[in-house]
Design a binder for this molecule. Structure first.
Ligand code: ZN
Length: 133
């Protein structure tokens, strides 16, 4: 095996390791293994270079400023699944308290967001499995 071949092999195995890690992370997300709901909420929310958009007021904030909101409040039986979590700015989250006035709209929006992300994940998995065949 020449230099170039071993270079390519090293590159491919590094790439495969990264892909395997992404697959495992994706698997854990799907099965809600991660009990850290703040991390889970951010892992499952799109950001624009670290800027998150509040779904209520539309303003953009840095991750550390954002709160994680339970769409169905925990006091009303809401759980820590990714379907029930959304990132929200402190102002909107504090004014929401445990009101359920916008719960239905928030659940629909969250479900659409996760569905789109799942489709992107599936696309990624398909592209890997095509390459490995
Ligand atoms: Zn807001």
């Amino acid at each position: 095996m020449g230099f170039f071949d071993s270079f390519v092999e090293g590159f491919n195995s590094a790439k495969k390791t990264r892909e395997n890690r992404e697959i495992i992370e994706m698997y854990h997300d799907l099965h809600d293994y991660d009990t850290d709901y703040r991390k889970k909420a951010f892992d499952n929310t799109d950001s624009n270079n670290g800027w998150y958009t509040c779904p209520r007021c539309g303003k953009k904030f840095r991750k550390k400023q954002m709160h994680v909101d339970h769409i169905v409040p925990q006091s009303k039986g809401g759980d820590n699944s990714r379907y029930n979590l959304q990132v929200m700015c402190p102002h909107c989250n504090c004014s929401k308290r445990d009101s359920m006035a916008d719960t239905e709209r928030d659940l629909v929006r969250r479900r659409q967001e996760l569905k789109r992300q799942d489709e992107e994940d599936l696309e990624f998995l398909n592209s890997i499995s095509r390459k490995r065949r």
